[in-house]
Write a new protein. Structure first.
Length: 128
């Protein structure tokens, strides 16, 4: 079963990904490569590319809505690990839905976890 995130990537190109600088410091147990981040304020860094007008995390690989994945998945920031795809765990995720809608993708439904091809899901309503 293909995970829906692997044909999406939208949330990695929508939000500013900010987190405490210590997550980039290996001496403090940090795992995120510091050279993929930039300073936001005295306490926080951001993933490069996510402060742009058209954000896209520097670690995102592939094409949004087709085939995409996180290039640092095992060591990604805590904020990224906290984002749940809608309905993977039986509940809606506002972050997931916002990211997908911003990229013209319909929000996930519970049916997507039964049929990850999405063939069972209704299309995104068209605006007038
Ligand atoms: S927007 Fe949702 S489905 Fe898409 S990559 Fe993020 S969590 Fe996964
Ligand atoms: S670090 Fe990975 S999961 Fe987090 S925004 Fe970047 S590509 Fe997405």
């Amino acid at each position: 079963m293909a995970h829906p995130c692997l044909s999406c990537g939208a949330c990695c190109a929508f939000f500013r990904i900010a987190f405490h600088w210590s997550e980039t410091d290996p001496f403090l147990g940090g795992t995120v490569p510091a050279d993929l981040t930039e300073q936001l304020d005295p306490h926080r860094v951001v993933m490069r590319g996510t402060q742009s007008k058209q954000p896209r995390c520097v670690a995102l690989k592939g094409t949004i809505g087709e085939a995409a994945y996180c290039g640092i998945h095992p060591i990604k920031p805590s904020v990224c690990r906290e984002v749940e795809p809608s309905w993977e765990f039986g509940r809606h995720s506002l972050q997931c839905d916002k990211g997908r809608i911003a990229h013209g993708l319909r929000p996930l439904t519970p049916e997507d976890w039964l049929d990850p091809s999405g063939d069972n899901a209704p299309p995104l309503p068209q605006s007038a």
